[in-house]
Design a protein around this ligand. Structure first.
Ligand SMILES: NC(=O)c1ccc[n+]([C@@H]2O[C@H](COP(=O)([O-])OP(=O)(O)OC[C@H]3O[C@@H](n4cnc5c(N)ncnc54)[C@H](OP(=O)(O)O)[C@@H]3O)[C@@H](O)[C@H]2O)c1
Length: 320
């Protein structure tokens, strides 16, 4: 296989991080993966990936420890900054638990990358940095020019959205000032096979739908994208020298009721929640800019089948 150079992935052991590491290894990259505790069993899956034993080196790094990030990015041509707190529910101290690691952590990664003479950094943002935009006309499709309003995120208590909006805007600003190539990718809700042993927040939503945890769900439009397609988007924006700025990465808009009906047809053995009346706060968004770079996405059915299969294989869902 053609050797592609050395890249760093922060948050390598997380849901998206693991899928990205798998893709990079399969395409011939040598990967520096940052994890918080390299001795933990929670990262054992990484070394078992194809080429993992020879082409993956794990580094202990914490987003607020600048020195640990410098050690991880040293010698790399590119960095994929994936790590950021994604709690499944509200946290008691969002400034400390969410905003600081997201914003200061991103700036630390970017500064360490500049110091190491890295050429390009791909920062994983989120549509959370796009959609909290009450100023945006409801009938207009949201594109990369749409930003979540930070004050609105704060006053409405959407701390995760604030953390992603502030981190992404600071990252793009840093790129403009420093000359480091910074590209941001904003995925919508990510589903698809889990490689890591612990459940991440977006997979948990589908898991709860399948296990009857929700009493009722709102019939809003959900935007789903496959974790493998997001990894491809990150690699595409890294490898395409003409990629710049922000890219929304979303694939399948689907109303909750339609999603549940689809799941019920595909997996009748699970217990589904009732869906309430139509929600009114829907947004429309588009990944046209990413598609114009050549990005494609797989069918939703494949994503759902492979996600459920990964839950079953991990013993999280009973198959009988
Ligand atoms: N999943 C989605 O639907 C979705 C959608 C849009 C954007 N995103 C973005 O995608 C990225 C990955 O999220 P994910 O879905 O893969 O969730 P995840 O599995 O929870 O991954 C988060 C990663 O960040 C790391 N991390 C968190 N705080 C850290 C800190 N202070 N220092 C070092 N590492 C830290 C975690 O490390 P540990 O393994 O040590 O906990 C973990 O590897 C995030 O930037 C998230 O905002 C996700």
């Amino acid at each position: 296989m053609e050797k592609k150079g050395r890249v760093c992935v922060t948050g390598a052991g997380g849901y998206l991080g693991s899928s990205l590491v798998k893709l990079l290894l399969s395409r011939g990259y040598f990967v520096h993966g940052t994890v918080r505790d390299p001795s933990s069993e929670k990262y054992a899956h990484l070394k078992k990936l194809e080429y993992g034993s020879e082409n993956l080196q794990l580094f202990k790094a914490e987003l607020l420890d600048y020195g640990s990030l410098c050690a991880a990015v040293a010698g790399c041509d590119g960095v994929f900054h994936v790590a950021s707190p994604c709690p499944p529910s509200t946290v008691p101290n969002p400034e400390i638990e969410l905003i600081e690691p997201a914003v200061t952590g991103t700036l630390n990664v970017l500064k360490a990358s500049s110091e190491a003479k890295v050429k390009r950094v791909i920062v994983v943002s989120s549509v959370a940095a796009v959609i909290m935009a009450p100023h945006w006309s409801k009938d207009k499709i949201m594109d990369e020019t749409c930003w979540s309003d930070k004050d609105y995120c704060r006053t409405s208590g959407n701390w995760y959205c604030l953390s992603k909006t502030a981190a992404e805007s600071e990252a793009l600003e840093y790129g403009k000032k420093s000359g480091l190539e910074v590209v941001t990718v904003c995925p919508s809700q990510v589903l698809g096979p889990m490689l890591q042993p612990t459940m991440n927040a977006s997979s948990l939503i589908l898991f709860k739908i399948l296990t009857g945890v929700y009493e009722r769900l709102e019939n809003k439009t959900r935007y789903i994208v496959d974790v493998r397609d997001v990894a491809e988007a990150l690699l595409l924006t890294y490898e395409r020298s003409d990629a710049s700025g922000r890219y929304i990465c979303t694939a399948h808009p689907i109303r909750t009721r339609d999603l549940i009906e689809k799941l019920r047809r595909m997996f009748p053995q699970y217990k589904y929640p009732p869906v309430s009346e139509d929600a009114t706060n829907d947004v429309q968004m588009s990944a046209e800019r990413l598609k114009s770079l050549g990005w494609n996405c797989r069918p939703l059915e494949e994503t759902l089948v492979d996600t459920v299969k990964s839950f079953e294989e991990a013993g999280l869902l009973k198959t009988d």
